[in-house]
Unconditional design. Structure first.
Length: 259
């Protein structure tokens, strides 16, 4: 790839915006924070900050990033930064792309952060052809058999679970994108959002943004608790409890301020 300004690599970003990028990084850190040393985490956090202009993409030189750490009083070596990169690549957190100058010599690398979980590919429907269907001579029979075959395939498609891309438009995109990293099923995402709707139904002062922030914060706590070993048999009931507790705490806080 030819070297150039950061704007040239905008198409490499895998995130909708900076908020989406930060949400994904938070989920990565739940799993990976313990895998890096203290110095490596300093290097990683600096790389993350330099990946804010184009969400998840950085084209700064390693020496620039190392020097930036020193300016903040966090001294690390180049070898520490490179060790962090090797680990990040191994875990699938970062993709490193080489760039080259006009004269063909290698230039600095492009660092592209990856989404927490790759979305599973949607199953495709195979269209029957004459090679896959035993076609009789009679044209009417041919059409009838093809129709029956297609109907059977449609029945199979209806029985398959649809992923997060098919979530109802009533669910905010930000919440959908966060949840589908862990539960990539449209029904699960919609049921979780339904919990928010039920819990805030009578809270007339709650805006859609308030509901979204409550949903995201509660879901992150759900994931965090599960990652830390909490056994959850019913995620919907557990999520309901988290949301209820947060609203109860908010209510007590309001009463305290009024008093």
């Amino acid at each position: 790839m030819k070297a150039g300004s950061i704007e040239q690599f905008k198409h490499l970003s895998q995130f909708r915006d900076l908020t989406d990028f930060n949400n994904q990084i938070e989920q990565w850190m739940i799993d990976l924070k313990s895998k890096f040393t203290k110095s490596e985490l300093i290097a990683l956090k600096r790389l993350i900050r330099y990946s804010a202009k184009i969400a998840g993409v950085c084209n700064a030189k390693i020496q620039t990033l190392v020097s930036a750490c020193h300016e903040k009083g966090k001294e690390i070596s180049r070898s520490t930064f490179e060790r962090m990169l090797r680990k990040a690549k191994k875990f699938g957190l970062i993709q490193v792309i080489n760039t080259f100058k006009e004269n063909g010599k290698q230039s600095h690398n492009i660092y592209v952060f990856q989404r927490y979980q790759i979305v599973s590919e949607s199953s495709t429907i195979e269209v029957p052809t004459q090679e896959t269907i035993d076609v009789p001579n009679n044209e009417t029979s041919n059409l009838s058999k093809t129709s029956n075959l297609l109907n059977k395939r449609n029945d199979n498609v209806q029985k398959e679970n649809l992923d997060g891309l098919f979530t109802s438009s009533r669910v905010p995109v930000e919440f959908r994108d966060l949840v589908k990293c862990f539960y990539n099923d449209h029904k699960t995402i919609e049921e979780l959002w339904k919990v928010i709707h039920i819990q805030t139904y009578y809270l007339s002062y709650y805006t859609q943004q308030d509901r979204l922030e409550l949903a995201i914060d509660s879901f992150k706590q759900l994931v965090r608790n599960i990652k830390q070993g909490r056994k959850v048999r019913n995620i919907f009931g557990y999520f309901f409890g988290i949301v209820k507790k947060k609203l109860d705490e908010e209510y007590k806080s309001i009463l305290f301020e009024v008093a």
